[in-house]
Design a protein around this ligand. Sequence first.
Ligand code: IMP
Ligand code: MG
Length: 179
Amino acid sequence: MHQDIQEILVSEKEIKEITQRLGRQLSVDYEGKRPLFVGLLNGCIPFMSELVLKVDIPLEIQFMAVSSYHGGIKSSGDVNIKYDLNTSVQDRDVVIVEDIVDTGSTLSTITKLLLHRGAKSIKVVTLLDKPSGRVVDFIPDYIGVTIPPKFVVGYGLDYNEFYRNLPYIGVLKPDVYTK
Ligand code: IMP
Ligand code: MG
């Protein structure tokens, strides 16, 4: 697995610092609000589990699965809901947790959907932001780190469902996805 990585973009130590910083900020911003944290599966898993442990106010956890990529390295732009929330978002302060914002279409679609379902507020926290990939206007509210226009894997991010368990964010060697 590690030999397929060309370069480490965000180390384990940096990820730890990021989750601590974001967790502290969310604890302050959501004090007294009992937010509903909605993780987008499967990519959110490592980040979400680290992050919620750093938030020390009462919160609820739910998940949604949406797909926008179809196994390749470019976003297709359309979003399917594969697994939905088990609870109502009516009047809730929702915090969507995502691994990466690229084209912005997943988050802008989900944000609109949850607002339409009656959420009181919606903010997005993302480990990575790739603003160079945007096709729709979308600015995440909380960003771990902004990255250059590269395809990355690890810490939840996959290539054809693999590499999610790398403990850091890395760039795949091109020959891994061209062969
Ligand atoms: P968006 O709708 O294009 O912003 O897509 C966001 C989703 O695309 C993320 O949740 C990831 O699943 C996937 N994605 C975008 N960029 C990358 C990348 O560099 N590596 C792995 N997955 C990515
Ligand atoms: Mg994803």
